[in-house]
Design a protein around this ligand. Structure first.
Ligand code: B12
Length: 428
């Protein structure tokens, strides 16, 4: 079978400002799972494409694939001030494919996995696989090749012809082991070098990455990678591509601290010359020793996530963030802050409290969000439903922002005025 994999992401910004182009490592994991003794594989990355639809059409005409897998990374840029919705571009690509080919179209990726049935319906693909999908994808390729039933594959999304074409999303989404190295050699890694926060290397995966009903930070579902495997992958990036800048893919690198320390220590012991960045989040077990090891092993920026999605009060949340910021400062580790304004319950007083906090913590840069990007299965989605902002969670496939009525009329102007004084604050 001939398989064409297409990375559709063309966004080249982080927080609408900094130039960041994430390497499509998820697609590279998929490529690694294909048995090339049995199938022919081609990868097309649209990140640097001038005319995405034409490039896909040319590749399809030339290669004549039987299966076309498209990854969808972002639903949108999450900016309420300048919203950009990414799904129409994917829909255009699939529409063009249909005009020139009878290949089956398959979609997947982080954005798709948040709203699988809505995305499948909207972009008009034949099939999807939600969640981590390398092994599931390899199985699907074999089943399609053998013309066999695929409906038992974990996370598979399909139209049930026996049931009026109703879209079915199967159970089981978090099955990948990440033991087989991603096929980065199929991407233009030289073009990516230096284009942002570094090449993604997975250190830990958890459902908390996705706003699904089961997502939490308790650790029950963590798949933590062996530090030695991480070291080997970093070394290979240097050996194969001369790349020394990586981004640890992790919902909170510092949690649990014991594993984070072991990973840092393994990097130090291996003598790697790596500079790395990752997300960190407030946690009681973070301490000066951990921060020292992070810094010593090459951490150059800690992106502070907004804490757990628990219902704790604002003061506690800010105290947790402040403690993490202080730990970073102790070892001279630059960190970012990320603050949402207009969350359910925000008032003039809580806005002031958040602004005072941002002025105090001295982050390398801070992102101030005007409104919350509402995602399904969250408390904010419930509030949005209750207050009539949306009629159904399906609408959340489009950029949708919740801003509490208590601050809605003035919050954007207020933040613009404040940010004028702080060049390292970015409004979105
Ligand atoms: C790390 C990360 C970043 C890093 C990237 C650093 C780097 N160099 O790679 C940084 C901080 C830069 C970043 C930026 C942004 N990010 Co981000 N990021 C992530 C995070 C935590 C991990 C992504 C990742 O690499 N995963 C590991 C790889 C191996 O997995 P994967 O790509 O998901 O691929 C697997 C599956 O998806 C599937 N799959 C992938 N492709 C395909 C294709 C097919 C055909 C199939 C069947 C399956 C499949 O199989 C793969 C292997 O298991 C995710 C959270 C998440 N849920 O994924 C958010 C996430 C992807 N980001 C998100 C967003 C919104 C953004 C930003 C727009 C934020 C902003 N406002 O600027 C920017 C966009 C940047 C850009 N230019 O595109 C959203 C996207 C969805 C959405 N809400 O729209 C996510 C899902 C977070 C969330 N829960 O909302 N991000």
């Amino acid at each position: 079978m001939k398989v064409l994999l297409v990375a559709t992401n063309q966004a080249d910004r982080f927080m609408d400002r900094m130039v960041v182009r994430p390497v499509p490592i998820g697609l590279a994991y998929l490529a690694a799972s294909v048995d090339e003794e049995r199938h022919t594989l081609r990868v097309l990355d649209l990140m640097f494409a001038e005319d995405a639809v034409s490039e896909v059409a040319d590749a399809v005409s030339d290669f004549e694939p039987d299966l076309i897998g498209l990854s969808i990374r972002n639903l949108d840029n999450q900016s309420s001030l300048n919203p950009v919705w990414n799904l129409p571009a994917v829909r255009d690509i699939i529409e063009r494919i249909r005009q020139i080919s009878s290949a089956k179209t398959l979609i997947g990726g982080p954005a798709f996995s948040i709203m699988p049935s809505e995305c499948l319906d909207y972009v008009g693909a034949d099939l999807g696989i939600a969640g981590d999908a390398a092994e599931a994808f390899a199985t699907l390729v074999e089943r399609l090749d053998a013309d066999a039933d695929y409906r038992d594959i974990p996370g598979i999304v399909y139209r049930d012809d026996a049931n009026g074409g109703e879209i079915v999303v199967s159970e089981g989404r978090f099955t990948s082991s990440f033991h087989r190295a991603p096929r980065l050699d199929l991407l233009d890694m030289r073009a990516y070098n230096g284009s942002g926060f570094g090449v993604g290397v997975v250190t830990k995966l958890a459902q908390a990455y996705y706003p699904t009903p089961g997502a939490d930070f308790s650790g029950g579902d963590w798949r933590i990678r062996d530090p030695q495997e991480v070291v080997d992958e970093i070394r290979a990036l240097d050996d194969d591509f001369g790349i020394n800048k990586v981004f640890f893919i992790d919902s909170g690198f510092n949690i649990p601290a014991e594993h984070a320390k072991a990973t840092c220590q393994a990097i130090i012991d291996a003598g790697l010359r790596v500079r790395w960045n990752s997300y960190v989040r407030p946690s009681d077990d973070a301490d000066a020793e951990l921060m020292g090891l992070m810094k010593e092993s090459g951490c150059s920026l800690a992106l502070m996530a907004e804490g757990g999605r628990g219902g704790e009060g604002l003061s506690d949340r800010l105290a947790g963030l402040e403690r993490m910021g202080a730990l970073c400062r102790q070892v001279d580790l630059p960190f970012t802050m990320n603050m949402t304004f207009g969350e359910p319950g925000d008032t003039e007083a809580s806005v002031e409290q958040k602004l005072d906090f941002l002025k105090r913590v001295d982050a390398a840069f801070a992102v101030l969000r005007v409104g919350t990007r509402v995602l399904p299965n969250t408390g904010t989605a419930q509030t949005a439903l209750r207050e009539g902002l949306i009629e159904s969670e399906s609408e959340l496939m489009r950029p949708t922002f919740y801003t509490d009525a208590g601050v809605r009329d003035w919050i954007a102007d207020k933040l613009r005025e404040e940010a004028a004084e702080y060049p390292r604050w970015n409004l979105m």
